[in-house]
Design a binder for this molecule. Structure first.
Ligand SMILES: [Zn+2]
Ligand SMILES: [Zn+2]
Length: 189
């Protein structure tokens, strides 16, 4: 059975953002399902930093997951991991779970006017970046490839919302870019 992508809102995420993301993930050949929202991940809060531990969120999502599915958590709380000041998201490389944060993708974080179109573009890039990790990809040196590591939003805005040719090869089985059907191909080989 083909895996599904399960989108899990962690907290109150505007439905137009969820719908936009679900639509964007149509570029994969996996069905995307939106789950009912879970509460904000209070269990992952670090009071000394005022931020949330992304790794702990991944663990929780994984413990709730069905092995057949891929889980993408989406939250508006600010995430950090290990010694990093913040992260836009985190994923289990070659695994089944990922999480992205909207906090630092939103212009309002930088005290400028919110821009929904720009926010949706950034969400798409971060989501397909983290899903790329779930599909087994590591970071890419091509600054325009979506798998390029974003140190800050300039990197995010500079890269495309797509994989470079090399990375695309790695995610090909999950990608809907050609007519040929992998289940059929597998049946013949
Ligand atoms: Zn990454
Ligand atoms: Zn690449």
């Amino acid at each position: 059975m083909m895996k599904r992508i399960i989108l899990v809102p962690l907290g109150d995420i505007p439905s137009d953002l969820i719908d936009g993301l679900k639509n964007d993930l149509g570029l994969f050949r996996l069905e995307t399902v939106v789950e009912l929202p879970e509460p904000e991940p209070a269990y992952a809060f670090d009071p000394s930093r005022g931020q949330y531990r992304s790794t702990m969120i991944l663990k929780r999502l994984k413990s709730e997951a069905s092995v057949e599915d891929l889980i993408l958590g989406i939250t508006s709380v600010d995430l950090f991991s290990k010694n990093l000041t913040f992260v836009f998201g985190e994923a289990e490389i070659g695994g089944i779970v990922a999480v992205i944060s909207l906090a630092r993708l939103d212009q309002s974080f930088y005290r400028t006017k919110s821009d929904n179109g720009l926010l949706l573009k950034r969400i798409k890039k971060e989501a397909i970046h983290e899903l790329g990790h779930v599909f087994g990809l590591n970071h890419c040196n091509d600054v325009h490839c979506v798998m390029y590591y974003s140190n800050d939003l300039v990197d995010t805005d500079n890269k495309k919302d797509d994989y470079c040719d090399l990375c695309k090869k790695g995610v090909e089985p999950f990608f809907d870019n050609q007519g040929d059907d992998i289940s059929r191909r597998a049946g013949f080989s």
